[in-house]
Design a protein around this ligand. Sequence first.
Ligand SMILES: [Zn+2]
Ligand SMILES: [Zn+2]
Length: 556
Amino acid sequence: MIKGNQELVFCSLGGAGEIGMNLNLYGYGKHRDYKWIIVDIGVTFSEENAPGIEVILPNPDFIVEQSENLLGILLTHAHEDHVGAIAHLWPMLKCPIYATPFTASIVREKFKEKKINIGSYLKVIELNSTVTLEDFKVEYITLTHSILEPNGLAIHTPVGTVMHTADWKIDENPLIGNPIDQKKLIEIGKKGVLAMICDSTNIFNLGSTGSESEVRDNLITVFEKMKNRVVITAFASNVARMESIFKAAEKAGRVVSLVGRSMGRIYDLARQCGYLQNIKPPIDVRDAKKIPKNKIVYLCTGSQGEQRAALSRIASGTHPDVHLEENDNVLFSARIIPGNEKKLFSLFNKFSKSKINVLSEENALIHVSGHPSRDDLKKMYQWVRPKIAVPVHGENRHLAEHINFAKEMGVEFPTQVENGDVLRLYPNEPKVIDKVTWGRVYLDGKVLIHQDSYVLKERRNMASNGYMEISVLINKNGKIHNSPIITLQGIPLEDADMDEIEYDIEDTVLKTCKAFSLNNAKQEKNLIETLRINSRKVITDKSGKKPLVNVNLIRL
Ligand SMILES: [Zn+2]
Ligand SMILES: [Zn+2]
């Protein structure tokens, strides 16, 4: 029942204008007095201008302020860009979390790692079930993607239905799990869909994306031809791919050994959820050394060239258990994600230099994407027939192209949004009616910091300009005791210049101090600042660098 003047809004706090850190909000209620649900809560990975930061999360400030009106978090699937932020942000939100069994098992691990007892807040729901949260009736619909249990959500409200696809493609034979639930999608399309919020990752790819089963067939052929050791890397979370690798290995008379923590972890979780039951179990990597080299397949983490992952260590010869020789084989059964080319090509080069054969998506069909190409998208639009189309899960160029595509598909209101836009879907034509706080927060060690935090400014400054510390000892009579202690780090000066520089700084410190009364505490702040500026100038004149300077006044 519609209780007068109700609105339905959509707002993305992450994922519109980037591929990564998806965080979507739906609000229903009176104008600016909505009840909210969150769909997905992911992370993205480090950027070059944030030294020391590996994990980046969406800024949750807006929904944290609204947490009293937050009904729950609904997760579509277990990829990091959809669930990676959950254990970091949930303590600020404290609401129920809904996920299907495999996704829930990944989420439970994340809370365990953070030592949070998530207990009954985590609600495990069956595939194809419906979650009712006040006016939201959220129906989980089985789609196909590159992970177990990918779900789209049909979000039914009293004023209309929104189809939130999350990540998907059309795979007629996904190997594990059911094919995409076309019947259901057509059915909700027939009943009328107000808006579709849809994946844009592969909008520039013509044709259809293809099936995991094609990759399995190709891996079987490739493995059968291979001599010597086979090392293969793929995303651990792609369990169908993992199963294909086991099957291809078995056909070629090889056994599989899992290398890298997350590979073993996902294998165990998948087994606990009832998947991967009909494969020959893997052998321990320490035992693999005893197996003839034409009888083994190492399935490794590190498909994106991650430095600490197994494959990078194998490439640099520092892995304790896996050693490769001439004519061994390394297969990259994963996409070369834009931005990771440098890291990956440097790995390819290391292997090539050691005369190890490298196969990747560049020269073999051993990977297929999990996202919809244009023919898949066309079918989805024909099934769902939304009135409004809102592209997400893409950079701006993807979203703009998806808008053109939706126009071609005859969608009445293709609507492009940015993170932080509050888009009113109902009533009237879609319109951005508010802009809320959005942005990024960084996981720095164990601490969350804002993207414009002074910590990062300092660290960038230190990284590019070096560091100087000056300690000045002041005795009871207000005189300088001995010489100031000077420490320089990361400043490009020859040893021969050091004595001179230290002498110059000492001289500057003494001259600067003369202008102050060292016993006068009121002058202290001013004195420190003047010392900082004057001694930095000495370094700048000599080296051209402007180091971060720290001055300590120590009273004896
Ligand atoms: Zn995904
Ligand atoms: Zn995704």
